[in-house]
Write a protein that binds this ligand. Structure first.
Ligand code: HEC
Ligand code: HEC
Length: 245
């Protein structure tokens, strides 16, 4: 087990998180930094990063700029067991509805991921970039950007961004929907129904389950690397510009 990393948080970063953005957001920022009213709700920043951009090395996801409704849905899905994760389950069980909404709103208010323009001219068929931008329609796999938006920046409240998430996190999620062959069933899968290794079943209409099951493990790795390597830029986020890509 890993220990939450609280050290190394500079005062400047803490202050940056505490900028007043309204009463609700203020509560949310308090939860991010100090945890919830129930001590089992740990400070989110200890795992999701002081800036909310996740921790790539540990595979902890980015929350900064994710839609508030998506965040709320994930915590509810983890609570009801549609998405299995022991670490987040302990917190999801005891966070109050008001705290959840406040912290979700506060994360949604942090900067969204932004990426530099993607070069699409020289795509190699079958590569991660190809699957991301062209799909594999011979196997009914749509391009990821069809739902996750140009450059994988996310669309509305339902389709989360893939750009900006750590590669290992993206790979884990796809494998959570796909399940593991029995030989590889590990701790994560132990509680899965019928030991299929499927630990995430919360996608509307099984959209992601179908896609993950149709991808080979090598393709999952490649497409996760593609989105994981789209670097966050500090460029001003211009939604109209991304729609053209
Ligand atoms: C001890 C570490 C830890 C702490 C503290 C923590 N998380 Fe997490 N969180 C994780 C891990 C690990 C995952 C990835 C779970 C998985 O692989 O399914 C995660 C996933 C999530 C997700 C799903 C993200 C997505 O893109 O679907 C949300 C939302 C989330 N956490 C919210 C929070 C909030 C809000 C807090 C603070 C109240 C918090 N977390 C505190 C470890 C932590
Ligand atoms: C038909 C629409 C659709 C397509 C196409 C699609 N997705 Fe998704 N994807 C979704 C939805 C909806 C969710 C959110 C599920 C939920 O609520 O938990 C999602 C979630 C995800 C997540 C979890 C993100 C997170 O923060 O936890 C990953 C990873 C993902 N998709 C990868 C992909 C990849 C890779 C492709 C292309 C091979 C792809 N998706 C294509 C609809 C789609």
């Amino acid at each position: 087990m890993f220990k939450p990393r609280l050290q190394g948080l500079s005062a400047a970063l803490c202050t940056a998180l505490l900028l007043p953005v309204g009463a609700h957001a203020l509560d949310g920022q308090h939860i991010m930094v100090h945890g919830g009213s129930n001590p089992a709700v740990l400070p989110c920043i200890s795992c999701h990063g002081a800036d909310g951009k996740g921790m790539a090395a540990a595979g902890f996801p980015r929350l900064a700029g994710l839609p508030a409704d998506y965040i709320v849905k994930q915590i509810q899905d983890i609570k009801t067991g549609k998405r299995l994760n022991p670490v987040m389950k302990a917190m999801s069980d005891v966070i109050t509805d008001d705290e959840l909404r406040a912290v979700a709103d506060a994360y949604a208010a942090l900067p969204k991921v932004n990426v530099a323009a993607v070069e699409t001219a020289a795509l190699v068929p079958g590569s991660g970039a190809w699957i991301a931008l062209r799909g594999a329609w011979d196997r009914n796999i749509p391009e990821c950007t069809l739902c996750h938006g140009p450059s994988g920046l996310g669309v509305g409240n339902v389709f989360p961004p893939l750009a900006g998430q750590p590669t290992s996190y993206l790979e884990n999620q796809l494998k959570s929907w796909k399940g593991n062959p029995p030989a590889k069933v590990g701790m994560r899968a132990a509680k899965a129904p019928a030991n299929t290794g499927i630990t995430r079943q919360n996608d509307p209409n099984g959209l992601m389950q179908h896609i993950a099951a149709s991808l080979t493990d090598a393709e999952i790795k490649a497409v996760a690397e593609y989105f994981g390597n789209l670097a966050d830029t500090t460029e001003f986020f211009d939604e109209s510009q991304h729609r053209l890509r």
